[in-house]
Each structure stands twice: as C-alpha cells, then as structure tokens.
Design a binder for this molecule. Structure first.
Ligand code: ARG
Length: 560
C-alpha cells in the first residue's frame, strides 16, 4: 500500500489535491517523531492561517484507524505514527504473495521507453569509460520493465566515420587475417593506434579513399568493415552477458546514413537551415548555444545529423513515451542542441527526450590514460575484481562449493554496484579495495547480508512455529518493516529521477537495518511468540534484497 497516498486522502485542505498533499508528505529523519510528517507551511497562504494552527486543526479532524495509530501536531508539522503490527502484517503478506514481483507495478503499461545506452564504437576499446553508461542504462532498462513499461534498449553503435577508412588502410598494409582473427578487438585497435602514429601522407589519402569505398558500397571494403564490426560485437556481447545487460536494437550511426535527407529537407522547408562558411547549420544563438552543424562544407553529415535522423526513426518506429540517452555529461551541449532543433522543427515530442548524463570514472591508481591507446579495458577491471573476490572467498571460506561461480557474481556485482552507488552525475574514482569491502556500502555487503539471511532460513527449515504473526514490535524490527514497505516507492522514484543509485542505496540501507536486527535480536532462539515472525521478516528481507539487486543486474549467491 502507498502510505503517503493513504494518509493524503484523509487530509482535506480546500484547494489542494490529495496528490499534492501526498507529494508534500515526508519521512522524518527521527522515527521518534513519527513515520510520516506533513509540513503545513505550504498551506498558510491558501488557508490564511499559521502553520501551527493548521497542523493543530488537522490533527483534530483526522481520526485514527487500522493503519494510522496516532496523529499529532508539532511546530507546524502534522506527524503520523502508523499502526506497527498492522504495517508489518500488511507488508509481509504482500511480499509473500508477490515474491520476485514485489516492488513492480503496471504504471507503465501501454507506454514505451527507448533507452540509448552503452553505444559502443566499432573497433575501438571498450574501456572503463563505458562502464557507467552500460550499467546505468542496463539498470534503467530493468527498472522501467519492472514498472510495466515496454522498453527498447538501443546500442547506437559508433560505426560511421573516416576512422574506418584508416582502419582498413592499416589492415591492408600491416594486418594478417589469422592474427586479427585471433587477437580480435585488441588486434584491430592496435592497427588503429599504429595508423595514428605511423601513417604517411599517402596512407592518409588512401584511408580517405577507403572511407569513400565503404560509403559507395564497395564489396571488399564493406566486407572488411563488417568483419571488424562482428569482432567488436562478439567481444562486447560477452561482457554484456556478464553484466546482465541486453539490447533490442543495434541500429548505429551507419543505419541512419540514408535516413537523414527527410530531416534536412524539413529543416530547409521550415527555414531553419542556414549556410555559414559553406556549411549548413541551425543557428542557435537566440538560445545562447553554438550553431548545430548539419552538413559540412564538403556535404558530409555529422554526429548531430545522424542523431536527428535517429530521433525521427525512434519516434516513428516505437512511438515512445520517453527516449533516454545515457551518455556522459561531456555531451551535454550536443543533446541540448539536438533537443532544441527538434523543438524548432515543431516536434512536440522533443519534451520527451531526456539526456541522462553521468560523471566520469577514473581508477584510483591513475592507470586510466587514453593517450596513444593506453586505456584500461573494462574487461580487465571486471576480471581483476573477480580474481580478487576469488582470493577473499578462498581465504574466508575455502570449503565453499562453486567458488568460481560465486566469485563471478561477487566480482561482477562489485563493479556494477561501484558504478551505481553514487548519484550518477558525480565523477567517481574506482577503487578495487573499496568496491570489494565486506563492510562498506558495497554490493558485496548486500550479497553477504543475503547469504546471512539465507543461512538463517536454511536452519529454520522444518521448524514449527506457534505463530507467525507479529507481536509488539521492537524498534529494530520496525525499522526493517518500514524499509521493506518503502521498496515499491523507491523503485518508482528511481525511474522518475533516472537514478539507479536510489536502488543501490536502498539495498545498503535495508542490509544495514537487517544486520542491526540480526545482531540485536535473536531469531531462531527467540521466544516462541516472536520466532515465527522473525523468520518471516528474514524471508521478506532476502526476497526484497534479491529484487533490488536484480534490478541492478547483480546476482545473489546462496552462500558466501
Ligand atoms: N558512441 C558515442 C560515444 O562513444 C555515444 C553515442 C551515444 N548515443 C547517441 N545517440 N548519440 O561517444
């Protein structure tokens, strides 16, 4: 049940809707004050009364019931205490009946969300810089799906540009088929790096010719290009699988190379296309932005041109409710320009386009350097975490079965969680020790909490309980109950703000609350009256933590 809504519906303020009231209801930092609080300052103006008087009047007019145990007014706040056992009963019932679906909803039914994420560049390194877009996009995909939206995951491949001419040229001069086949994307990348440092004038000219050949449909050039593309995709798909992300479309920039003309024509028709120094641009000066470049003076299209064509295509194909672009904040201007141009074209759906910007990831030891091909490959970071996780498991619990599988879940989970834990716009410094800490705010900590809950439940198997209903709740139990009850709301907030970090933080919060309960209160050796309920609370925590982690793409081992 949505308690904010429930409370809001009981509060009548003339001229203010229940939704607005629900919006204003907050969870006080100090539980002693209440479970929910409504600040009454906002209503002073409409009601022409002081907040103190409003709170007092409202407190008197709202009765208690099965859900609301107490209503009090304090300093202009209306404080609500919920019926603790009632809340516990309702929450656990719901988790037990919904299971893996707890937290889901159908608010998105009938709506489609496109998510453009990861969007790798063919034949270029898949490096640590791609971590955030891949896991933030992957998590948003699962979150929106969980809320009933139809989701289209799009990998807008970087597969268009003069660099592919260079690559083919480099391959023709220095490459050997068998070697490239064996070395895969790394070998392709080496060719590119070598071209950039060794290419002669003639080779540069040849490269331009190869690019032209790809464009004009030359068979050989296209075969080589497609081969590089398949090497890249085979490579990244293995990583996607480990990270638990998937795509419904790999339509990249090249896909739009023959779909730009209608956009260009429309820009012309609407008088938006200006010629400036030979190039075609959309002037954005009135909006304090540099012009959006549509065609270079040699007639070549640009990144922005292809993105405009892609936006048209997505609207026509998917009729999206929202179209998200999970791309680094370095491209803020690019997306502002694109969205503005669509608006100038009169597309009312321009307002449904969202740039989900995120910050940079660097490694603690400073190893990240894009200079001359010295990059940190994402795969190496993942492998290192898995290796480290394996060592820790071997240290702590050498007799564990399936150590390799567990290390994979823990290692991969630590990378994902490390990238998702902070507010997405923040730059983060990735530290192996931090993300793998058992007692920090990490994925490992949450996974370990699951293993702990699971071990309690294994021991509880076959036990008989006098009752499974909650008795008078201890504060530690109540904190867990409230946290469990707030999961559905957290999922919705995460979607609304495009912040998977809300769910990562939620998982840590629930783990901390559960661990406090676990250490302070006996479970299996508790008195008969509370034992059954505490086992249920443990079950519900495990289920909810699993649901939360799976929305992030993180698996949960039974044992650790
Ligand atoms: N491939 C681009 C890059 O690596 C990201 C593409 C993002 N998506 C888009 N529709 N522009 O910078």
């Amino acid at each position: 049940m949505d308690y904010k809504k429930y409370i809001a519906e009981k509060i009548k303020v003339a001229g203010v809707s229940a939704d607005e009231i629900a919006e204003a209801i907050a969870i006080p930092p100090n539980t002693e004050m209440g479970d929910y609080a409504l600040p009454c300052f906002k209503f002073s103006k409409v009601l022409r009364q002081s907040p103190v008087a409003i709170a007092q009047n409202l407190a008197q007019s709202i009765g208690t019931d099965d859900v609301i145990a107490e209503v009090t007014a304090l300093n202009g706040y209306l404080n609500f205490k919920l019926n603790k056992t009632g809340l516990a009963e309702a929450t656990l019932d719901r988790i037990e009946s919904e299971g893996a679906k707890y937290g889901s909803s159908d608010i998105g039914s009938g709506k489609t969300v496109c998510i453009d994420y990861s969007s790798v560049n063919i034949a270029k390194p898949f490096h640590i810089g791609h971590l955030s877009t891949t896991v933030i996009g992957g998590a948003l995909y699962k979150i929106y799906n969980f809320l009933g939206y139809k989701v289209v995951g799009i990998n807008h491949l970087g597969d268009y540009g003069t660099q592919f001419g260079k690559l083919i040229c480099a391959y023709k001069h220095w490459g050997k088929r068998a070697e490239v086949e064996k070395g895969g994307i790394h070998a392709v990348n080496d060719l590119y790096v070598r071209f950039n440092s060794e290419a002669t004038e003639e080779m540069e000219a040849e490269a331009r010719e190869y690019f032209r050949l790809i464009e004009s449909g030359d068979k050989e050039a296209n075969e080589i290009f497609e081969w590089f593309k398949s090497l890249t995709l085979a490579y990244v798909n293995k990583i996607y699988e480990r990270l638990g992300v998937k795509f419904d479309s790999y339509n990249g920039e090249r896909f739009y190379s023959d779909k730009m003309q209608p956009v260009i024509d429309e820009l012309k028709e609407k008088g938006l296309l200006k010629v400036s120094e030979g190039a075609s641009i959309v002037d954005l000066e009135p909006y304090s932005m540099p012009p959006c470049l549509i065609l270079r003076s040699d007639g070549a299209s640009l990144y922005a041109t292809r993105d405009l064509a892609a936006a048209y295509y997505r609207k026509n194909t998917y009729d999206f409710y929202k179209c998200l672009y999970v791309v680094a904040y370095q491209q803020n201007l690019h997306f502002k320009q694109i969205f503005k141009v669509l608006e100038l074209l009169g597309k009312d759906w321009a307002k449904d386009m969202v740039h989900v910007a995120y910050g940079m990831v660097s490694l603690e030891d400073g190893a990240m350097s894009t200079r001359k091909g010295k990059v940190v490959w994402l795969e190496d970071v993942i492998n290192k975490c898995v290796e480290k996780a394996y060592k820790v498991i071997e240290d702590k619990n050498p007799d564990l079965e399936n150590k390799r599988d567990i290390a994979e879940k823990v290692g991969v989970g630590s990378v994902i969680f490390g990238a998702l834990y902070n507010n997405k716009i923040k730059d983060i410094v990735f530290s192996y020790d931090k993300v793998l800490s058992f007692d920090g705010e990490t994925g490992v900590y949450c996974q370990y909490t699951c293993a702990r809950a699971n071990s309690v439940l294994q021991k509880a198997k076959g036990m008989q309980f006098k009752t499974r209903k909650p008795a008078e709740l201890l504060p530690q139990e109540y904190e867990v109950v409230k946290c469990l009850a707030s999961f559905p709301e957290t999922v919705k907030d995460a979607a609304e703000k495009y912040e998977p970090s809300y769910i990562a933080r939620y998982a840590v919060d629930l783990s901390q609350k559960f661990n406090k309960f676990y250490f302070d209160c006996k479970i299996l050796t508790a008195e008969e009256e509370s034992r059954g309920f505490r086992v249920r609370l443990t079950e519900a925590t495990l289920q909810t933590l699993q649901n939360a982690l799976s929305l992030l793409g993180i698996g949960v081992p039974d044992k650790m």
